[in-house]
Design a protein. Structure first.
Lengths: 114, 116
């Protein structure tokens, strides 16, 4: 079955620390990859997405993600986190192109200490 | 960016009653919308795919007679939880597929349902 794994349940960092959140997905042919963020009390917002081309994708708020096809990974990174980055981060994969649904990982809660 | 709204944001109802949740795409037409359920500290679980003008497609294990979905227009999908029970208490989130971007979905703010 298609699945998405996020390795870290809860990550705690101090401000200015670097961030990397892992995401792996099961093989399923062509995929589109997404990272969504859910700030406390708010709805899911799209951080970035990968469809094709340059495997290093830049998103909003200084986030980026790298698609490594051989590792079935799409890790999210940020060089220097801020307190305002405290949120839950979800990796999602679309199998099957425009008609496919999104399969979500279980999410990683990020807490940034001021 | 595209905006999706949900109404109500919070509803409390008695066991045995029905509750309707609306999901609207405000600035784009969405032929396909999705309904998710999110349990505390867990990920989103897809319940069903709602297609405008046709029957919804339910995921395995989701009771279609309990969770009625109607997608009557290109900007509105509704989820009705019929004969609600306390175990139906959850956070229900809808999303709308971006007609221009493969796989991209825009999410509503969610509806907190509490069944007493």
């Amino acid at each position: 079955a298609q699945s998405v794994s996020q390795h870290n349940h809860h990550v705690i960092l101090s401000e200015a620390a670097s961030l990397e959140l892992g995401c792996n997905y099961s093989y399923g042919g062509t995929v589109n990859l997404f990272w969504y963020v859910q700030y406390p009390g708010q709805h899911l917002q799209l951080l970035l997405k990968y469809f094709s081309g340059d495997p290093l994708v830049k998103g909003i708020k200084g986030f980026e993600a790298e698609f490594i096809k051989s590792k079935f990974s799409f890790n999210l990174r940020k060089p220097s986190v801020q307190w305002s980055d405290t949120a839950e981060y979800f990796c999602a994969v679309n199998y099957g192109g425009s008609q496919g649904n999104l399969i979500f990982g279980k999410g990683t809660k990020l807490s940034v200490k001021p | 960016g595209a905006v999706v709204s949900q109404h109500p944001s919070w509803v409390i109802c008695k066991s045995g009653t029905s509750v309707k949740i609306e999901c609207r795409s405000l600035d784009f037409q969405a032929t396909t919308m999705f309904w998710y359920r999110q349990f505390p500290k867990q990920s989103l679980m897809l319940m069903a795919t709602s297609n405008e003008g046709s029957k919804a497609t339910y995921e395995q294990g989701v009771e279609k007679d309990k969770f009625l979905i109607n997608h009557a227009s290109l900007t509105l999908s509704t989820l009705t939880v019929t004969s609600a029970h306390p175990e139906d208490s959850s956070f229900y989130i809808c999303s709308a597929r971006d007609p221009l971007g493969p796989g991209t979905q825009y999410f509503g703010p969610g509806t907190r349902l509490t069944v007493l």
